[in-house]
Design a protein around this ligand. Structure first.
Ligand code: GTP
Ligand code: MG
Length: 189
């Protein structure tokens, strides 16, 4: 068949925000958002299927999956402070960014904003029109801030030089993820 366009996606955000849970939902399984694992990928040993036990990421993980038109390589980075210095090494080769926020973590919203600002001001990101998809994740939590509140606290309106989009999500149930990924695909395609 036609060769799918290869895109590198960098998944960033503080530890415990839900990055790996989101990426896991996008991986092949019978319930996957992208449907079951297609035959042309079954022999690729790097392709892993969904897992039940998600643990804090050490360093980063690379995950691959396909949609109808794109072939994604996702760099699922650890959000722990001691590993955040790894993020920048992957900026140059990335075509899109997914930035995940724990909507229930009011105390660390300022830290999340600091990391976002550092990202957006980085020399390998600043000059580029790469799409940034935000997930205001854990929207199921009783104490979760609204999407509007999260957007305001992160000052997303100030991002003028890149296409961006924010979705509320519940990664555990897989809610809100497809809307975001659809947007991202439109931006890249
Ligand atoms: P690091 O790898 O340490 O950077 O964390 P991470 O961003 O990959 O977070 P991870 O996916 O490991 O999720 C952290 C915890 O949050 C896990 O216990 C998840 O089950 C939980 N979690 C993730 N998404 C949601 C959500 O939408 N709602 C709720 N209630 N819990 C979630
Ligand atoms: Mg993780």
């Amino acid at each position: 068949g036609l060769k799918k366009k290869e895109v590198n996606v960098l998944c960033l955000g503080l530890d415990n925000s839900g990055k790996t849970t989101i990426i896991n939902q996008l991986k092949p399984s019978n319930q996957s958002l992208f449907g079951p694992l297609s035959d042309d990928w079954k022999h690729v040993s790097q392709v892993k299927t969904q897992t039940q036990d998600i643990v804090p990421t050490i360093g980063f993980n690379i995950e691959k999956f396909k949609s109808s038109s794109l072939s994604f390589t996702v760099f699922d980075m650890s959000g722990q402070s001691r590993y955040r210095n790894l993020w920048e090494h992957y900026y140059k080769e990335s075509h899109a960014i997914i930035f995940v926020i724990d909507s229930g973590d009011k105390l660390r919203m300022v830290v999340a904003k600091e990391e976002l600002d550092t990202l957006l001001n980085h020399q390998d990101i600043r000059s580029r029109r790469l799409p940034v998809l935000f997930f205001a994740n854990k929207s199921d939590l009783r104490e979760a801030m609204s999407l509007v509140k999260v957007s305001q606290l992160l000052c997303l309106e100030n991002i003028k030089d890149k296409p961006w989009h924010i979705c509320a999500s519940n990664a555990v149930k897989g809610e809100g993820l497809l809307e975001g990924v659809d947007w991202l695909q439109e931006q890249i395609a």
